[in-house]
Every structure is written in C-alpha cells, then in structure tokens.
Write a protein that binds this ligand. Structure first.
Ligand SMILES: Cc1cc2nc3c(=O)[nH]c(=O)nc-3n(C[C@H](O)[C@H](O)[C@H](O)COP(=O)(O)OP(=O)(O)OC[C@H]3O[C@@H](n4cnc5c(N)ncnc54)[C@H](O)[C@@H]3O)c2cc1C
Length: 457
C-alpha cells in the first residue's frame, strides 16, 4: 500500500515532536506520559470517534493492576492510577476480587471512561484528533517521520520527530517496514469475542440459585446437549457499575483473520449471532435472567492479537515463567498466560498457566522498540512478544504501563538527542519510579476493599 496515496498535493497540516497513533489504553497513557513536562508538543490521533480502544469499545474491567491469588499485590502505578482516581471521583469504579483467574479486576463504567480519557488528554495540552485513520507512512530524507492520515476532511500529512505506534494492529510499524509475526503464523491465533451487556438482571436471585458455579454448569449442559448453540462450555458474566447490568466475555469466533476485510465482516456477523443465542440461553436457563435483554454489543468484535512486532527484545514464555525482574525492566506483570484458543475438539476452552514463585516478572524496555528503530516505539497488544508471552502480558494495566514507558522514553530521546535504542534505561526507570510506577516486588499485600483506591492500597 505504501506510495499509493503519497502525492505532493496532500497537504502537511501539522508538525509535532511526538506523534501517538491510536488512543487505546496504551496510546492515551503514552501521550499523557510524553506531554507530562510540556517540554515537547504531542499529538494523539484515533480512528474512532471516542478514545479508549478496547477499554471502552468492549470492556469494563482493568486486569493486571494486581497479581492473582488469595493475597493480591498491586504491581502497576503512576499515570494508570490517575485514570482510576478520576473514575473513582464519580463513583464509576469498584474492585472485583480474584474472579475468573485473572486476579482482582478494577471494574469501571466504560462510558464514563471515554469522558475521563478525553479530559485527561485535553487537560495535558495534547493535540487530539478523533475520526482520523493512519493510512500510509512516507519515507523521508530528513529527520522527521511523515504519516498520512485520512478523515472526512480528506488526506493530510503529519510530520513528527518521534512516533509511538499504539494502533493495536501495528499499522504504523507495518507501513514503515518493521518486521513482525502475524498471529496464526506459528500457533493458532487467539479467538475473537463480541462482548455484550444485559440489563434487568436480578443478581440476588442469580446468587441465591448458585451464582457463577450454577451458570457454568448450565453453560456446559447447553453446550453438550445443543439446546442452545453456544460456541464453548465456559464463558464469564459479571456485574457492572450500572445496577442490574452484566457484561460478558463468552462469544468465541475463531479461524477468521482480523486483518482481512471479508473475514472481519464475517466475524462481526458471527459475533452478533452468537450474542443473541447467548441471550436466549440466559433467559431460558439462568435464574435471575428471565426478564433481561441485551442492551449493547461491543462497538466492534474484540481482537486479541494480530501483528506482534519484532523488537530489540522479544518477551518469551520462558522469561515470564522464570519470574525474574531484569535490570532493564520498565514495568511488571503478574497475569497468567490466558490463551483463548481456537475451537478445536478437546481443547476448545481457555488455557491458563500461572507465573510460579512470586508470580511476578519484569518486562524489558527493548520489547517496546521495534528492531533497528531510531525514532519509533510500539506499545500495547502489538508489542514484541511470542504468542504465549503475549497471552500473559496483554491486560490493560500492562498496556498502559507500556504506554507510560514509551512516552517517557520518547521525551528522553528528544532531550538527549539520542535514538530509541540508546535511551538510558536507568534514567528511564528513575523517571518511571518518580511517576509512581512499581518496578520492584512490593512487600505489602494489597487492600482489596471497595474503597481501596482512595486509600492508595
Ligand atoms: C475480547 C477481549 C477481552 C479482553 N478482556 C480484558 C479484560 O477484561 N481486562 C483487561 O485488562 N484486558 C482484557 N483484554 C486485553 C486488552 O483489552 C487489550 O490487550 C488492550 O486493551 C490493548 O490495548 P491497546 O492500546 O494495545 O489496543 P487497543 O485498545 O486496540 O487500541 C488501539 C487503538 O488504536 C486505534 N487505531 C487502530 N488503527 C488505527 C489507525 N490506523 N489509525 C488511527 N487509529 C487506529 C483503535 O481504534 C484503538 O482505539 C481483552 C481483549 C479482548 C479482545
């Protein structure tokens, strides 16, 4: 595709020091981190009409702030805490202890979160453009990167000294010619999921009838007997901030390629069919759901992995399971490997593998630097990791942490006039620590009471 749109008549409409592509959880935090000292101009561009990416398109729970298990430890801090604090100010958040194996979840109101991202981004003085898609990266002979975007005003160019790819699909890295592994190339790609929300659920009645244990048993029965055409034996439904409402991660669409237009179209349609089959199942089989209805499907089908860029360092399963924190770590992760496999007979459920020992590992800076990159970083679900390591290190507290580290690294590289690979990791870690990021195993158990965030754990 490179070179098709590039034409002298495409105008340059902006020049910026740091350009962040994609306003998901990783991109918003990357922009906030880059703009923190206001030393450099920052621009954040997003293809949809609202920020948040998966955090607002389909989800309502931040995982990864805490380790799983009976004694959760908080392992992420800094700017991600500010997001939580903003949500906390209006009561749009609560903690959900250790459910479904991923550790204590931080449940939020996703509609409020859109407003919170907007507020934090604009308050930080970031130049912010919605409904605008990166379509091409143009090679330049000078030190500025040239990106071509499209929105309803037409095509235009933005020149930037540093670029952070937070597009989830590594669109910028793909256009720039950086190498990557495409999900599905080696192991089966993780499946896709349309999430849906239901209202008018009688949660007291549900709990009295056996709660989640009962729900899982009935899902397995329906799956086996085919009374309802569910794609899997398991699936989760949890209460939301909005009273009487639940949110699900149950739909499973496999064997379609998310970066292929026709396949993605089929996936979206299949996700809707499965969602309404689940609605029928819940109403028929689950006490408390008799009068419930779907009130919303995810803005788009949830895509767990596509391109994983080859970085200066590639996180592996072995590194995750070693539970070590190397000296070049820029954030921590304690999430298990959670692999939503494709639907093969006999292994069609999610595969879980927990991190042994302390249950925490450190993630090196090099996972955020595309191999041989001088002015670019890659953050979020397209960072540099193998399939299995990625299946552990993709929760939103971790993707926000990637953004935080890359945003600060971009500033340091401008300040010291060095390239992305030469950023002094010791200085980066000091800055992250000063921001509140946690880089060593905390010796304190987390307070998981509902008001925990106010108490700063
Ligand atoms: C179904 C599902 C359930 C999950 N459940 C949880 C959970 O409960 N808790 C949890 O913590 N994590 C969960 N995860 C994982 C987590 O949500 C993701 O790994 C994380 O949100 C990815 O963040 P990101 O910033 O990398 O990407 P995204 O959130 O995908 O953000 C990328 C952004 O870039 C924009 N963009 C894309 N292309 C372009 C372009 N060319 N130009 C401009 N903008 C562009 C997108 O619109 C989007 O806003 C789940 C993932 C899925 C798919």
């Amino acid at each position: 595709m490179t070179g098709i749109i590039h034409h002298p008549s495409v105008p340059i409409v902006a020049e910026t020091d740091i350009l962040v592509i994609g306003a998901g959880s990783s991109g918003c935090i990357a922009a906030l981190a880059a703009a923190r000292d206001r030393d450099y101009s920052v621009m954040l561009v997003e293809r949809y009409g609202f920020p948040g990416g998966s955090s607002t398109q389909m989800l309502d729970t931040f995982y990864g702030f805490f380790t799983p298990g009976t004694a959760p430890v908080k392992i992420v801090g800094g700017l991600p805490d500010q997001v939580v604090s903003e949500l906390n100010r209006t009561g749009d958040i609560f903690l959900r202890p250790n459910t479904y194996g991923a550790g204590t979840g931080v449940n939020y109101n996703p509609e409020r979160l859109k407003l919170v991202w907007d507020t934090l981004v604009t308050r930080a003085g970031i130049r912010y453009l919605l409904h605008t898609t990166l379509v091409e990266v143009v090679p330049t002979a000078n030190e500025r990167k040239c990106c071509i975007f499209w929105n309803k005003s037409g095509f235009f160019k933005v020149l930037a000294l540093r670029v952070i790819d937070a597009s989830g699909d590594a669109d910028y890295c793909h256009q720039s010619g950086y190498g990557y592994e495409l999900a599905g190339e080696n192991e089966p790609a993780q499946s896709m999921t349309t999430t849906f929300r239901m209202c008018n659920v009688d949660l007291e009645k549900f709990e009295a009838a056996g709660g989640n244990k009962m729900m899982k048993e009935r899902m397995a029965e329906a799956y086996a007997s085919k009374t309802h055409l569910l794609p899997r034996k398991e699936g989760s439904a949890h209460e939301m901030c909005q009273p009487g409402c639940i949110s699900t991660v149950a739909v499973k669409v496999a064997d379609l390629r998310p970066l292929d237009g026709p396949d993605l179209t089929k996936a979206e349609m299949e996700g809707r069919i499965q969602s309404f089959e689940y609605e029928r199942f819940f109403r028929d089989k689950i006490p408390g759901y008799e009068n419930s209805k779907i009130i919303g499907l995810s803005h788009q089908i949830g895509i767990r992995e596509t391109r994983r860029v080859y970085g200066e360092h590639r996180l592996t399963k072995e590194e995750c399971l070693t539970g070590a924190i190397p000296e070049n770590s820029v954030f921590l992760c304690g999430a298990p490997i959670e692999d939503h496999r494709k639907g093969k007979e006999g292994q069609d459920e999610t595969y879980w593998e927990y991190i042994p020992g302390n249950g925490i590992y450190g993630v090196p800076y090099g996972t955020l630097v595309p191999r041989n990159s001088t002015q670019s970083w890659v953050v979020g679900r397209c960072f540099s990791a193998t399939h299995e390591a990625h299946a552990s290190c993709r929760s939103m507290a971790q993707t926000m942490s990637m953004g935080q580290a890359a945003g600060v690294a971009a500033v340091l590289s401008l300040r010291h006039d060095c390239d992305a690979r030469e950023v002094n990791v010791a200085e980066l870690r000091r800055t992250l620590h000063d921001l509140g990021q946690i880089l060593e195993i905390p010796n304190r158990q987390a307070d998981t009471s509902r008001n925990g965030w106010k108490n700063n754990f």
